[in-house]
Design a protein around this ligand. Sequence first.
Ligand SMILES: Nc1nc2c(ncn2[C@@H]2O[C@H](COP(=O)(O)OP(=O)(O)OP(=O)(O)O)[C@@H](O)[C@H]2O)c(=O)[nH]1
Ligand SMILES: [Mg+2]
Length: 167
Amino acid sequence: MRVIKFFVVGESGIGKSLLVDTYLWKLHFGYAYHDHQIHGRRYHIQLKEISQIDDLDEAIISSRAGAEVRIYFNCFNVSIYQTFQMACDKWLKNILDKDPGCNIYLLGLLPDLTSRKLFKWRKNVNRNDCLNLCNNYDNLHYMKCSSLRVQSVREVFDFVLRSVLYN
Ligand SMILES: Nc1nc2c(ncn2[C@@H]2O[C@H](COP(=O)(O)OP(=O)(O)OP(=O)(O)O)[C@@H](O)[C@H]2O)c(=O)[nH]1
Ligand SMILES: [Mg+2]
């Protein structure tokens, strides 16, 4: 069975664990797998959360040994601009250096916080900032996900798996 590994990367406190937990436990009850719809093939899905660049290096090296399909969720908090800057300047740069040509999804998390009056003083990340960045790379795509909503998490994973496996 082929392994598809999702690397959920980004700064601390931006919602990576909630995304992983929602996918694994609310959608797949701890059993992560995906049946290939066309050829009846089954893929084993693994998710790895990474908050440190050193851990990213290690994860890529061990994943290469197993010839896995790697998909990166380069995450940020849409209500904190600085986390988007880190996603661009730190995470994207490192992923592209170490795994050029891979599938990367720039994933805006915690979208519900942008509408809260309490956080109005913060500079939100603008959708155009994300799209402009993605326009510079063939293998970078922007998506938004609310991990509080199971359906949102389902849609993101389904879309990405379909794109990577079928296109
Ligand atoms: N309102 C809201 N809160 C969220 C959402 N996603 C995560 N959180 C909360 O944000 C906090 C941080 O989320 P985590 O998932 O622990 O963040 P993390 O990126 O895994 O952080 P580290 O493990 O420290 O790297 C937690 O209190 C979550 O419950 C969301 O979509 N909306
Ligand atoms: Mg975490």
